[in-house]
Design a protein around this ligand. Sequence first.
Ligand code: NDP
Ligand code: 2IT
Length: 444
Amino acid sequence: MSYVDEVYERVVRENPAEAEFHQAVREVLDSLRPVIEENEEAYRRDAVLERLVNPERQIKFRVPWIDDKGQVQVNTGYRVQFNSAIGPYKGGLRLHPSVNLGIIKFLGFEQIFKNSLTGLPLGGGKGGSDFDPKGKSDREVMAFCQSFMTELYKYIGADTDVPAGDIGTGAREIGYMFGQYKRLRGVFEGVLTGKGLSFGGSLARTEATGYGLLYITEEMLKCNGHDMAGKVVTVSGSGNVATYAIQKAQQLGAKVVTCSDSNGWVYDPDGIDVAALKEIKEVNRQRLTEYKKYRPNSEYHEGRGVWQIPCDIALPCATQNELFLEDAKQLVANGAIAVCEGANMPTTADATEYLLEHGIYFLPGKASNAGGVATSALEMTQNSERIAWSFDEVDAKLKSIMVNLFHSIDDAAKRWGKEGNYMVGANIAGFEKVVDAMNRQGIV
Ligand code: NDP
Ligand code: 2IT
């Protein structure tokens, strides 16, 4: 059996019931096959892949907190410190009831390659909890965040592990966690990114993932003879990534006609009103059912359905495995030309295969949503230097990182005879830097 297959089988055997982790590992290992096969004996002797798929450390802890009725609630917290070959662990904290170890491991594994692709010195990690911030009072969210950090603070630090936001973790949660870290450690340091602007946050971090997604999409289109202007775009999600993806797509002259949340979706033929979206989601923390009040011409539908709407470019920006094979078929039938992932692994494996087989330009999340973590690294730099760059400075750096990232995955795909397959290109280019650092640092 080939080394790649052996390692994949071992991952499944040793980590049963972690379907998303298996899926992420399978995709990466399949992409790496030609690289590994060229030097299989050396990779096998050094157990490179076994070390890559086993986190350096995983931490699981109890998070007790008291709700507004005086009832004690208990959640589970996680931090998976996956790989520190090229820098301190870096990656977000997800707060969602679906969180379990397998989800955090899939996200942490993806983060290794994503962070490598940014060209910045960032290792890979991820954390979170099955706590659901939805419907909780501010005091309850604070109580949870303080309890979560009371355990997590032992394992993180500005030079060791720097968490950030993800699903359910936004500026409010990062603020509460930062306050508790500072209180426990007595140190004001850049231990988290996505901080408020008044205490070390970076301008443009809020916009970065969505803007970065559009910068790389634009570059990819340009290199293939297309343009964003005039394109019809469908977006899923209505959170941080979706909102700023919609905003930047509109600034580049595209028309974005959909967005969604976990209950339903909106079709707005005149183009999504970002100001309304921000007021509903960021300010009032309401559901998308409210959108029609702002835009009477729009439609709201329960359930899922965004990918049925004809478009040129689809940007899945909600969560993993939200774009299925049947959706991929619909997109192809409707004449779409590109699918660029804002979320982490939103396209199922069979849907991805279908899109690639049908000549759709496909940008995988680990490349196309890397603008968020890249800008987190810019926040770390500003914190270390005790300076603050202007919005335009950060935005320009973000754009140049995303353009360079596109060319590095495009080049890797070409070097390995897979021109135009940006998924393979991203996995190989991300791997190359990490494996070089691992090899030079000895068996650790
Ligand atoms: P938010 O919490 O701000 O928004 C998430 C959005 O996705 C909401 O609209 C939410 O709907 C929807 N959603 C979440 N879970 C589900 C689900 N299980 N089914 C259907 N819809 C769902 O998160 P972000 O925008 O930050 O994150 C979105 C994606 O982007 C995630 O995959 C995340 O890992 C990824 N990402 C985020 C980065 C960042 O900087 N924030 C950076 C790189 C990637 P509802 O409100 O109803 O729950
Ligand atoms: O998935 C991701 O890249 C993030 N949630 C952002 C991580 C970060 O450290 O900014």
